[in-house]
Design a protein. Sequence first.
Length: 192
Amino acid sequence: MPAPTTAPAGAQWFALHTLSGQESKVKLYIEKFKKAEELDDFIFEVLLPTEVVSEVKGGKKSTKVRKLYPGYVFIQAKLFGDDGKLINKPWYFVKETTGVIGFVGGDRPAALRQGEVDEIYARIEAASGKEVPKVQYAVGEEVKITDGAFASLTGRIDEIDPERGKLKVSVSIFGRFTPVELEYWQVQRLTE
């Protein structure tokens, strides 16, 4: 999902600072009411970048959606006229939305640079379609296997494949170290 290259005339990306936990409500409200407020010519896209995070608690794997930029929502809008003056209608609509603290930049919103927008889209692209483990492991770390044929054995991580969400763990079976491929959620740190 690369950053869109064709933006409406005068459109820029802005960051909105929101109350913690209100990001989704802010996004939904702006998307829902921009048409009713006749702001389709000023507000174009609302973005709340997220990723899917997996963890194991009590032997059960669970996944949840985590925000990549907690406390922020990004909005593509035309806030300034050709004369460089702030256009009040879209600015007040967004600023007065429940859950919005304000624009980054305050009363004179600071537009994001293209490099910052590209970075946001790169993070969205990197996170799409993948589950990210809540716990990050390191090569050489000792882990306990919690699921599968080798459950309750301990081993050492030899390789980490973050693309596939897999670990190669050396497990001692009958006095020999045997490499076993496991998913992140099938192991836990010995210190947990």
